[in-house]
Ligand binder design. Structure first.
Ligand code: GLP
Length: 244
């Protein structure tokens, strides 16, 4: 059973770490680079960040954000696009400068795609790299849209979506056949370059993949298992991975 109190506590804790990181950077006249995720899982975190902005004067003026992924073929104002999601759930409610927001483009022309993806990575590096990366996890162990088979050395690129991912997104798109077939995602190498990672997973349907990611073999069949290579990952869960 999903425990709302546990979820809220995780959201508060991560939000406070972000708050602290932003404030520290501010004192040094520096900026923070935040990697952000979509899906239902990080919504309580975004609500908490909005609350800190409204009630505790947290400003995002010195923050740059890079989103993990976007569906190919969706316009920015499509209600299922991650552009729409991020503005609706976070950006419209905080004071982050619009020019500091980076989300992969879902409508980049195929001939420009390779350069576009290289540019996304380059821009992130020029800003000093990801300080904090927020992650959810797919039921098949994907991270962003790094589906099973993704290499640990992968960078931002176009990928084909896995059937489990499409099945999970089917209701939002009005049926399996309407789910986009491809997406652009940061790669595993990109994600692993973050200085600090928070992986959030809530609900029994995430338990198997999360348990395997943390306790199982490191394999490209479960890309989240590559996080075992990173020495600064916090797993924020509402279930016990040591029980069946
Ligand atoms: C999509 C996103 C992932 C996210 C996953 C889980 O596949 N690309 O980044 O982690 O959904 O979503 P939810 O949190 O809704 O379970």
């Amino acid at each position: 059973m999903i425990s709302q109190d546990t979820i809220d506590n995780h959201a508060k804790l991560i939000a406070f770490q972000i708050y602290d990181a932003i404030e520290q950077k501010k004192q040094n006249n520096e900026h923070l680079v935040l990697g952000l995720a979509t899906g239902s899982t990080p919504i309580p975190l975004y609500q908490e960040l909005i609350r800190l902005h409204q009630e505790a004067n947290l400003s995002f003026e010195n923050v740059y954000t890079f989103n993990l992924d976007e569906y190919c073929g969706l316009s920015e104002n499509h209600s299922e696009s991650y552009h729409y999601f991020m503005h609706h759930h976070l950006f419209d409610h905080i004071d982050i400068p619009k020019e500091n927001i980076f989300i992969p483009g879902g409508e980049v022309e195929p001939i420009f795609l390779k350069d576009y993806c290289v540019g996304y990575e380059k821009h992130m590096q020029e800003l000093g790299g990801l300080d904090i990366q927020i992650l959810g996890i797919g039921r098949n162990g994907h991270i962003g849209f790094n589906e099973p088979g993704s290499s640990v050395a992968s960078i931002t690129r176009k990928v084909e979506l896995h059937h489990v991912t499409k099945r999970d997104a089917a209701s939002a798109f009005g049926g399996f056949d309407f789910v986009p077939t491809h997406a652009i995602t940061m790669g595993m190498k990109t994600i692993l370059s973050a200085k600090q990672i928070y992986l959030m997973a809530f609900g029994e349907n995430k338990k198997q993949a999360t348990k395997q990611a943390i306790l199982g073999d490191i394999t490209d069949e479960l890309p989240a298992s590559f996080l075992q290579h990173h020495d600064n990952v916090s797993y924020c869960l509402d279930f016990d991975i040591y029980t069946k």
